[in-house]
Design a protein around this ligand. Structure first.
Ligand SMILES: [Zn+2]
Length: 368
């Protein structure tokens, strides 16, 4: 039987990506295309040239440089044309990486005189439909509420999202709301009425939760109100003395899946090493987890790479990897009829891979 090394095997896995921010997922190639388009529009400037230099450093660039460039990206993606281009490229890259189902998330932007929030979302959804016709991938959208922008902005994003629930063309594509942004800004407690309203409308909720130490009150409030369908990161859930066990019980009891983004957590130093990542605790408890990239462009990673890192550091078997793919299917924000189709497809592909992971075995020599 044809055998594969671990990295090839991870690439072949039919994967499901549930935590991918559109703007943070841009490949270096896409960023360079955007910078060049901007240069054509404005002429060459010092800052554009310095961003090009930073991007061309590839994985060698430091995290501070990455954030600077990706912050600047917001000013490069200020037209429907740019939004279509980045959405197309990101979907194609995930499809090439063996991702069969992708939930993209993005904060709709309003730049006066350039683009409205509605035009932004329309451009993303139109491109998703087009790409699903040609790439072997299903794509759905979560709109992001940025906790740093205040509740007024969040209410306006939610009322926009509602317009797509019964939309003639886009119905069924916008499946949930993501809560993200700088965890040191704003307080999730202020967003609870918005999250309650979103749930009432039928949206699923993915919340970046417990990303910093000082999060006890808001984590309590979100969990107690049953306002999270998937937890993003949850890096400090178990590290809070006295609260860790309480949170763990609640999350286990309610089967709330956790989105695991290993490279992102290590690079932002919210975990000290891959081996010490909380993946180990939750997977030991057989809790549903979804391996994700977060921002594949910023952290120079792929979903294949994230599976590979998990497998290497936690000594995962072929069976464990298959289980992770299927956990991610169950955690997807799809209605059950569509989830059945996805599960069937993933299971068929996994069964063809069974037994093909090359496992090095130590030879033992018998002393005669
Ligand atoms: Zn995130």
């Amino acid at each position: 039987m044809e055998q594969m090394d671990l990295l090839t095997y991870c690439k072949k896995l039919p994967k499901v990506e549930l935590h991918a921010h559109l703007n943070g997922s841009l490949s270096d190639g896409t960023v360079l295309q955007l910078l060049e388009a901007k240069e054509k529009e404005l002429g060459s400037t010092d800052s554009l040239s310095s961003f090009k230099m930073t991007i061309s450093k590839g994985p060698e660039r430091c995290l501070r440089e990455c954030f600077r460039v990706f912050e600047a990206l917001h000013s490069l993606t200020d037209s429907q044309e740019a939004i279509r281009k980045i959405t197309k490229n990101v979907i194609q890259e995930f499809a090439e990486d063996g991702v069969r189902y992708l939930e993209l998330r993005t904060t709709p932007k309003n730049i006066p005189g350039k683009i409205t929030k509605k035009e932004y979302v329309d451009a993303v959804l139109e491109t998703m439909i087009n790409e699903m016709k040609t790439c072997r991938i299903m794509v759905r959208l979560l709109v992001s509420v940025d906790r740093g922008r205040g509740v007024g902005d969040a209410w306006s994003t939610l009322s926009l999202a509602k317009q797509y629930l019964d939309h003639d063309v886009f119905k069924g594509l916008l499946v949930g709301i993501d809560v993200s942004g700088n965890p040191n800004k704003g307080n999730l407690i202020d967003y609870i009425p918005i999250l309650k309203e979103a749930k009432k409308c039928g949206f699923k909720l993915a919340v970046h939760l417990a990303e910093v130490k000082s999060c006890v009150e808001e984590t309590d409030a979100v969990l107690e109100n049953g306002l999270v369908d998937r937890i993003g990161h949850g890096t400090y859930l178990l590290k809070n003395n006295g609260y860790g066990i309480k949170y763990q019980k609640k999350i286990l009891k309610n089967f709330i899946p956790i989105e695991i983004c290993m490279s992102s957590n290590l690079k932002t130093q919210s975990v000290r090493s891959f081996e010490k990542h909380h993946f180990g605790v939750w997977s030991g408890l057989k809790h549903p987890l979804a391996i994700c990239t977060d921002d594949k462009g910023v952290y120079c990673t792929t979903l294949t790479n994230e599976y590979y890192i998990c497998a290497k550091n936690f000594n995962l078997s072929e069976q464990d990897l298959h289980e992770l793919c299927l956990y991610a299917v169950e955690a997807a924000f799809l209605p059950s009829s569509e989830k059945d189709i996805l599960r069937q497809m993933v299971k068929e592909e996994l069964s063809k891979l069974m037994g093909k992971l090359f496992v090095e075995r130590r030879t033992t020599y018998m002393i005669q």
